[in-house]
Design a protein around this ligand. Structure first.
Ligand code: SF4
Length: 176
């Protein structure tokens, strides 16, 4: 059975920077939970950051790949450089995914760690730009397909496709 890596905040864990959660009640996610295929991860907590914590953004109008390459940094609203914590959390998430052979992740959109379609632009003015957060970038680089909570149907379709592809060939009961 395929497992799926999911942002802890989407599962109702109060791990966001402001101490809240982003519980997602989508039927696909609920079914995955019932099937026992969900592995929760919060990269920022795994990277050593507390809850609550100052909001953080990737600066320079770029994304997580540039942070991983040392060409950009993640800074919080108190002007602290938290790039190391974000990278450490991303590496933890990747290790967790690898340990379960995970090929699909559903991560919270817009986060400087978990965003997969857009992130905030680093000006702390609520402007968004297309791009990946640090964890989403590292997972995608490793070949894991990252979806947002708005793409659960697409993620479920891929999951079913992967399971069909990997299903063992049935041996005929009475060969010959
Ligand atoms: Fe949610 Fe990801 Fe932010 Fe953790 S790092 S609170 S899992 S969006």
């Amino acid at each position: 059975m395929e497992s799926v890596l999911v942002s802890s905040c989407l599962l109702g864990q109060a791990v966001r920077y402001d101490g809240s959660d982003k519980l997602c009640r989508h039927a696909v996610l609920q079914r995955w939970i019932d099937e026992g295929r969900v592995l929760a991860v919060c990269p920022e907590i795994a990277g050593g950051l507390p809850t609550p914590r100052p909001a953080a953004e990737i600066v320079g109008g770029v994304g997580g790949l540039e942070v991983l390459a040392g060409m950009a940094k993640v800074v919080d609203s108190a002007a602290q450089n938290v790039s190391m914590e974000f990278i450490k959390g991303a590496e933890y998430a990747l290790e967790r995914a690898k340990s379960k052979g995970i090929r699909i992740a559903v991560l919270k959109e817009g986060s400087p760690s978990c965003g997969s379609n857009y992130i905030y632009d680093g000006t702390f003015t609520a402007n968004t730009i297309g791009g990946l957060g640090v964890t989403a970038a590292l997972l995608e680089k490793a070949g894991i397909q990252v979806f947002s909570e708005a793409e659960l149907e697409e993620a479920d379709a891929l999951l079913k496709q992967l399971e069909m592809t990997c299903a063992p060939h049935r041996q005929p009961k009475n060969p010959g």
